[in-house]
Write a protein of this length. Structure first.
Length: 461
């Protein structure tokens, strides 16, 4: 970079900082000074700040956007005072099937803060195959992740209530699986921050440790490192994805993690208290009329519309109710920002949820119906009910369906029908058909289902 270009960029960064400070409320500006001091202490002083890396787990909600703005202001403020400043790694955490409005809102925020062109900032998105640079166009065209699709479908076919086994805690397992590679920092001076209050972080960490103890009661205690916790929980996700296999066993969550140094969470609760609503800052960050400002953040990592959709399907297929009648208690409002909202009809809610399922998991309604009936476990105990209710024209082929699931010869057309209607391979269906969960894995599966509702923490901001 030439001296002239560098001077021009420094002038642009100063303008970004000045604009940020102008748009912040007084409480946020006061918190910014506290944040700068906290970061300098964590880095070991101003002389070490250039080697310090901050990893931000960035959600789609307003507090996450405001926290990113404060971190950017701190980064630029320190750079004005000294020759160096800290490195910022922004890891976008998006639910499977995130819509265009959510992704474009991220892009507007990043552009307003001039993050793409700053070499001190790394913009990533967490995905099952590993972290990759944040690219809106690629994300909008991204196919459903195969591992998440397999894990999500298999979790619904395990014994228990599919509604509880599909939502909430399953998303936390997938999030851990996606973030594990990103958090394996080799640098000594590296910390993690997120817009989640300490009380809710402790609740989530305690839930994860209980799941790990159920998976392996003899495992040694985890080190005091957030990356070790995430890595261990990610292995639970991988284990549950392999359950139908004949050699399925719980992976050792207590195995040595891949971090060279313990990765700590930096407590910014004092700052989070002031990340309230600021219309001027919202407008600067692109959280305007059409932005999903009221989206739940990391502290409520769930999809209420998807929950309502699955509840409606469950009542329709298993309870005999009409789909719209089951949505009276489900969220029916789509927030547009600045106090405005759009009332969703049951049909619009259903279409939106179907698109999210298709984008995020590659699962269509016919696979959802199969999932809700659990027709393969207990040697096909509910297979006949599923066929009679959803596919009565296949009733004459029931003996062939059982033969296919038992590994006996059967027509190829029967196999193709089973694969299409379930979304699973024949090997997976046979594994579910003959599945005998060991006591430890059964306890873990039941814990995930029971704790689901308790993990629905209230969003703030």
């Amino acid at each position: 970079m030439s001296d002239m270009h560098e001077q021009a960029m420094q002038a642009i960064y100063r303008q970004v900082l000045e604009r940020l400070l102008e748009q912040m409320a007084q409480a946020q500006r006061a918190s910014l000074q506290l944040l700068i001091q906290r970061l300098l202490v964590a880095a070991g002083g101003a002389q070490s700040i250039g080697r310090f890396r901050l990893v931000l787990l960035h959600g789609p909600d307003r507090p996450s956007a405001h926290l990113l703005a404060c971190l950017r202001a701190a980064q630029l403020s320190i750079a004005q005072r000294s020759a160096q400043t800290f490195q910022l790694r922004v890891v976008v955490v998006a639910q499977p099937g995130a819509g265009a409005a959510e992704l474009i809102s991220h892009e507007r925020c990043f552009n307003a803060l001039l993050l793409h062109s700053d070499p001190r900032v790394e913009l990533l998105v967490a995905r099952a195959e590993g972290a990759r640079p944040f690219d809106v166009q690629w994300l909008l065209a991204e196919p459903a992740d195969t591992l998440n699709r397999k894990a999500w479908l298999l979790s619904g076919h395990l014994p228990g209530n599919p509604l509880h086994s599909l939502l909430g805690s399953r998303l936390w397992l997938q999030l851990a699986h996606a973030c594990a590679p990103v958090l394996r920092c080799e640098e000594h001076d590296c910390v993690v921050v997120m817009a989640m209050p300490a009380s809710q972080r402790r609740r989530l960490l305690a839930w994860g440790r209980r799941c790990l103890r159920l998976a392996d009661p003899e495992q040694p205690p985890l080190p005091n490192c957030i990356a070790a916790w995430v890595d261990a929980v990610a292995r639970l996700h991988a284990h549950l994805s392999r359950l139908p296999g004949p050699a399925a066993r719980v992976a050792g969550p207590g195995a040595k993690h891949a971090c060279a140094h313990a990765l700590q969470l930096l407590d910014l609760d004092e700052l989070l208290q002031h990340l309230g609503r600021t219309d001027r800052l919202d407008r600067m960050l692109g959280l305007g009329e059409d932005a999903p400002c009221a989206a739940p953040g990391l502290q409520a990592f769930k999809d209420p519309h998807l929950s309502g959709h699955v509840l409606g399907l469950q009542a329709h297929y298993l309870g005999g109710d009409r789909y719209p009648q089951t949505l009276r208690s489900a969220p029916r409002t789509h927030h547009l920002g600045r106090g405005q909202s759009l009332r969703l009809t049951p049909q619009a809610l259903r279409e939106d949820a179907e698109q999210r399922l298709l984008r995020g998991y590659g699962v269509a309604d016919r696979q959802m119906a199969c999932l809700l009936f659990n027709p393969f476990i207990d040697r096909g105990r509910r297979l006949e009910a599923f066929v009679e209710h959803c596919h009565p024209n296949m009733a004459v082929a029931l003996p062939y369906l059982h033969s296919a699931l038992q590994g006996q010869p059967c027509p190829a057309s029967v196999v193709r029908w089973l694969v299409g209607v379930s979304g699973l391979s024949l090997i997976m269906m046979r594994g579910l058909y003959a599945l005998r969960l060991d006591e430890r894995t059964l306890r873990l599966s039941q814990q995930l289902m029971r704790r689901d509702a308790a993990l629905r923490m209230q969003a703030t901001g």
